[in-house]
Design a protein around this ligand. Structure first.
Ligand SMILES: *[C@@H]1O[C@H](CO)[C@@H](O)[C@H](O)[C@H]1NC(C)=O
Length: 446
């Protein structure tokens, strides 16, 4: 009997299988933990309480709500909008992955927590608040968001201080979310679409990089360019409206801007591989589908990998990049491009994060998960216990389990240390979990 169990145990190790549905639920809990503002009565992450209830625009506009960016408490609009676009994308394309997990309602809530905030931040046709909280002031504080007292200035873009990338990404998020809520809440859906159209028009007519207008964002989420977001936003507007002129514009801008994917990244700043997979799906034109195939084939055959097989693109947030590549190639697979090869490649990348490399990189899940991730609120014991830089510097595990958060991840040799100070490898962020969660939804359908 004992011998049999050993054999069965060995088999289980060889064919590790992961509960993608459970992971989707946990990832959604991570987004709950990132909520800013007044929390609802059905909040499951109950160690988090109301916070930042005084977030306001320059004219007193209510800017409460939205998500804290990462381990900190700044609300950075650009990565937040990207997060909502990618979460919506995953739910739209893999609804069965969510329904099998029993997570559709919670996914709607996660998306709406972002879009409710974007509606507030879009105070007039050509004015959008793109950040609340000052990076320097925020980052000099270690403690709970519920207790913070520093000034939280709000920064905006408008026609004379443009931000085409931010406005077009927010338009994409609202357009994608309008599709998510199309039948569940038609009137909310149409409100989202109205704002999406206005924001896209603003993005297109007042050209510039948002991080030139919101100087503080330059230190944290400096935008490479806005051209990819203008194409990306037009595609999402086309998908949400069916209005051919948006598709014409997307294809025209794609040519005019000569978009070329060059660094392997799909992320908050780089949308080109996402643009190509969506245009490929919509038009079936080999001009785009060949690019997508080239991208995924490169990732499989030529991209640098760790010894254990993880795609290695950047020191910072390695796992987020690998998860995003996995999601793009799952999209390619669902479009009929090298389907079985891309699916198993993507699954291998995601499974690395879940335990295949010898440990879990998702907080609160699986074997030996991270417990010292760089994340302020979860590091703090419940009030009234002190939480300050001594908490940060201590070797103790975080006081609360931040379920579902994907950490930055290992270095190029699969080495990783679970220490709070190592923000390059051990921070967590809203944008990190977005492609990861959408890839989980795709895998949960298979
Ligand atoms: C996910 O959570 C929901 C409740 O929000 C629950 O009904 C469902 O069973 C969970 N799914 C899995 C796979 O654990």
């Amino acid at each position: 009997m004992k011998f049999l169990l050993v054999i069965l145990g060995g088999l289980a190790l060889c064919q590790a299988s992961y509960d993608y549905g459970d992971l989707i639920n946990k990832s959604l809990l991570f987004y709950e933990a990132q909520r800013s503002g007044k929390l609802p009565s059905d909040q499951k992450v109950t160690w988090r309480k109301d916070s930042a209830l005084n977030d306001k625009g320059e004219n007193g506009e209510d800017l409460t709500g939205g998500y804290y960016d990462a381990g900190d408490f700044v609300k950075f609009g650009f990565p937040m909008a990207y997060t909502i676009t990618v979460l919506s994308w995953g739910l739209l394309d893999y609804p069965n992955g969510y329904s099998k997990a029993g997570a559709v309602d919670e996914a709607h809530k996660a998306i709406k927590w972002g879009t409710d905030y974007f509606l507030k931040a879009h105070v007039s046709q050509n004015t959008l608040y793109g950040q609340v909280g000052n990076g320097g002031a925020d980052h000099s504080y270690w403690g709970r968001p519920e207790d913070m007292t520093m000034q939280r200035p709000a920064y905006k873009i408008d026609a004379s201080n443009p931000g085409s990338d931010l406005a077009a990404e927010t338009a994409a998020a609202l357009a994608a979310a309008s599709l998510v809520f199309k039948t569940a809440d038609p009137s909310y859906s149409s409100t989202l679409l109205t704002h999406a159209k206005q924001l896209y028009n603003f993005a297109d007519t007042s050209r510039g990089k948002y991080s030139d207008s919101i100087g503080d964002a330059n230190n944290f989420y400096s935008s490479g360019n806005y051209e990819d977001e203008l194409v990306w936003g037009a595609i999402w507007l086309y998908k949400a409206t069916g209005d051919q002129s948006y598709l014409t514009k997307a294809e025209q801008y794609y040519d005019q801007f000569e978009l070329v994917e060059w660094d392997g990244k799909f992320d908050w700043d780089s949308k080109i591989s996402g643009v190509e997979v969506l245009l490929g799906k919509i038009t079936k034109n080999s001009k785009y589908t060949d690019k997508v195939k080239g991208y995924c084939d490169w990732m499989i055959n030529s991209q640098q990998k760790t010894p254990k097989g993880l795609i290695y693109i950047d020191t910072w947030g390695t796992l987020r990049h690998a998860a995003n590549v996995a999601f793009i190639c799952l999209e390619a697979a669902s479009a009929g491009i090298s389907t079985s090869q891309y699916r198993s490649f993507a699954q291998n990348q995601i499974n690395y994060m879940l335990g295949d490399a010898g440990r879990s990189y998702v907080v609160g899940y699986g074997n030996n998960p991270p417990s010292h991730e760089q994340h302020r609120s979860s590091s703090c014991p419940d009030a009234p216990a002190t939480c300050d830089w001594n908490t940060y510097n201590g070797g103790q595990a975080n006081a609360h389990v931040l379920y579902g958060a994907l950490v930055g991840g290992p270095d190029s040799s699969d080495n990783y240390q679970d220490i709070r100070q190592d923000y390059v490898h051990n921070e967590v962020a809203c944008d990190y979990n977005a492609g990861f969660q959408s890839a989980l939804a795709a895998l949960n359908e298979l």
